[in-house]
Design a protein around this ligand. Structure first.
Ligand code: SF4
Ligand code: SF4
Length: 152
């Protein structure tokens, strides 16, 4: 699949930067019942692949998230357990298992079977971006309204 480049003038224009260095086993566990937040950059990239917003995203009243079908992300192939848009997957999917909590700050989610393979300095390298990611995800609502005209 062709890698899509979007330029919205934000730090999130470079998705590869946000890929956590780890030994992911591609088990697909993080793609089951996903609640992954979508940034404007993610939506722009996925729409450029030919999808419509309603095909892959749901709005929960605050943020846009990846849509599930039959208990898994709409982009997961349940037979192979592989992501069908891997080269263009959302930034949150690239950051996982690095996640963020207002109280705890950035941490590694031990629900990921390969959590202990995350390179040691990844929290230091990416941790400060996590609250920026959360703030950006809260801007997606307005961005979608302006860019796509979707109102809720
Ligand atoms: S749960 Fe962990 S090991 Fe499995 S696909 Fe997701 S990041 Fe990779
Ligand atoms: S976009 Fe891909 S990596 Fe992200 S949850 Fe869906 S299937 Fe998994």
């Amino acid at each position: 699949m062709v890698k899509v480049r979007v330029r919205l003038g934000s730090i999130f224009d470079d998705p590869e930067f946000f890929e956590v260095k780890m030994h992911c086993t591609m088990c697909g566990k993080c793609c089951l019942n996903t609640q992954m937040e979508l940034l404007p950059e993610d939506i722009e990239r996925i729409i450029a692949l030919g999808f419509q917003l309603k095909d892959f995203a749901v709005f929960d009243g605050e943020v846009w998230r990846l849509k599930n079908v039959d208990g898994h992300c709409v982009f997961l192939d349940p037979k192979s357990m592989r992501c069908t848009i891997y080269d263009n997957r959302p930034i949150g999917c690239r950051l996982y298992p690095l996640v963020y909590d207002d109280v705890e700050g950035p941490y590694i989610d031990k629900e990921c079977p390969a959590w202990n393979t995350v390179a040691k300095d990844e929290i230091r390298r990416l941790g400060n971006y996590l609250p920026i990611f959360v703030r950006r995800s809260l801007q997606t609502r307005d961005w979608v309204r302006l860019r796509i005209g979707y109102r809720k």
